[in-house]
Design a protein around this ligand. Structure first.
Ligand SMILES: Cc1cc2nc3c(=O)[nH]c(=O)nc-3n(C[C@H](O)[C@H](O)[C@H](O)COP(=O)(O)OP(=O)(O)OC[C@H]3O[C@@H](n4cnc5c(N)ncnc54)[C@H](O)[C@@H]3O)c2cc1C
Length: 424
């Protein structure tokens, strides 16, 4: 085994919650180690939702996420948002987007309002933070400007025809076209990442612009799948716009998505500059106690390293990230065997219709916490004074249907880091 790593705070998980927690901790001078296996799928679609839908049962969408928050907290006092000071929700969002902007990944907001962004299905989704590469669509949609949506032969799950047809009632002047991506003119399935990376080369951008220009003579804007470069997306977009002579916008694709990958890469690049020590090669296999500290073993067969931390933030997500595990009878938290709030018996986990828009009871399972974001034992007391939990592992929320994923991740990470610092 390698040497033991000592730190103040260990953050377990490399989704939005873990990344945000590491950022907040580092910005406040906390010596932090973050452990997790980062996957781009976790950050799809790159949109940063605060709160778009409440109540889920009525599918009620909100233009003002802060009014929605008031209503949500009144209706669902156990929702994790109810434990975060309202002003801190916005502060957390601004601290993360400020950090991303320093890394070249700029997010735009309609101050205090949700923005409706086009999805790969052609529907409109309410969200708060919009990548700059998607922002041009917002005004164009308002103006119903004549536009062209382009798809790419071989790229699955993204049909310009479907998008224009679905958008017709709200944006009638849209046309669609299909192109062959330069130098990838095969009959094989294409993926977004090689396309995005190929646009780092100016010559490839020129070939793409030459394909698009003649198709876009009579329109005022062009929409493309989200492939406009990686960390260089601003330069790629600007250069293509100059060559085509029109504004462009990206539309999120199905996961894994480039805007999600951009977020992940920005965190991975910039967190170490803030002093966060990243351990992204392996998962935490075990957490134990040693006096007042935690010992985290990293790796499974033979642990490659061990971290000793004075506090831990569990940001391990739900089932997708394996922060929770469901067997035939029970939902469990595998690292510390913490009690999990869950529907009584397995038949109660799901409604009859899998696509039921109200969601399923299992979507609200998770850890129950106190006001200091400490997981509770069965008697309602914090399990440990220096163990905190944040993000989608928390109970009483359905981030996917409420459209509050990233916002809740950031806000609860912010609260958990503050709680750790105050306790310290
Ligand atoms: C398909 C999809 C679409 C999305 N679309 C949106 C969207 O439109 N808007 C939006 O705001 N957000 C979106 N999101 C992101 C969503 O915001 C986040 O997934 C959510 O906020 C939960 O984040 P989290 O970090 O709490 O959990 P997760 O994202 O699940 O991350 C948990 C992390 O913990 C790690 N982990 C688990 N156990 C261990 C262990 N033992 N050791 C080390 N690491 C461990 C996992 O590998 C993972 O990296 C989307 C996510 C997905 C998957």
């Amino acid at each position: 085994m390698n040497d033991e790593i000592n730190c103040d705070l260990a953050v377990v998980g490399a989704g939005m919650t873990g990344m945000a927690a590491s950022l907040f901790a580092a910005n406040r001078g906390v010596d932090t180690v973050q452990i997790g296996v980062a996957s781009q799928i976790i950050f799809s679609s790159g949109l940063l939702d605060l709160l778009g839908v409440h109540p889920v049962e009525e599918g009620n969408t909100w233009d003002d996420p802060f009014l929605a928050l008031d209503q949500l907290i009144a209706d669902l006092p156990d929702h994790p948002y109810a434990r975060v000071e309202k002003s801190h929700i916005l502060k957390a969002f601004q601290e993360v987007t400020g950090f991303l902007a320093e890394g070249g990944l700029v997010y735009q907001v309609n101050e205090g309002r949700n923005t409706h962004v086009i999805t790969s299905l052609g529907t409109l989704k309410p969200t708060y933070g919009v990548p700059r590469t998607m922002w041009n669509s917002v005004k164009a949609l308002e103006e119903k400007r004549p536009g062209l949506i382009i798809d790419i032969k071989g790229l699955r799950g993204f049909s310009a025809l479907q998008i224009t047809e679905t958008l017709k009632p709200v944006w009638p002047g849209l046309r669609h076209a299909r192109i062959l991506f330069p130098d990838m003119q095969s009959t094989q399935e294409l993926y977004t990442e090689p396309m995005a990376r190929s646009l780092a080369v100016p010559e490839n951008r020129k070939k793409l612009a030459d394909l698009i220009r003649p198709l876009a003579k009579d329109v005022g804007i062009v929409g493309l799948p989200a492939i406009l470069g990686m960390q260089d997306s601003h330069d790629v977009q600007q250069h293509l716009e100059e060559m085509i002579g029109l504004p462009l916008f990206e539309i999120p694709t199905m996961p894994p998505s480039i805007p999600g990958l951009r977020i992940r890469e920005t965190f991975e690049m910039k967190l170490p500059e803030k002093g966060v020590r990243l351990q992204y090669q392996n998962r935490v296999s075990q957490i134990s106690r040693d006096k007042d500290a935690f010992l985290l073993e990293i790796g499974s067969n033979s642990p490659v390293s061990r971290v000793r931390a004075r506090g831990v933030i569990l940001a391990t997500g739900r089932f997708l990230g394996k922060g929770l595990y469901a067997d035939r009878k029970l939902i469990r938290e595998p690292l510390l065997n913490l009690p999990v709030y869950q529907p009584g018996i397995r038949p109660d986990w799901h409604r009859f219709d899998f696509m039921d828009p109200r969601g399923h009871l299992i979507n609200r399972a998770g850890l129950e916490i106190d006001d200091r974001f400490r997981p509770l034992d069965n008697s309602g007391k914090p399990v440990f004074d220096n163990l905190f939990a944040a993000g989608s592992i928390l109970a009483h929320q359905d981030w996917m249907r409420m459209k509050c994923g990233s916002g809740m991740a950031m806000a609860t990470a912010y609260a958990a880091v503050n709680a750790f610092i105050e306790r310290d």
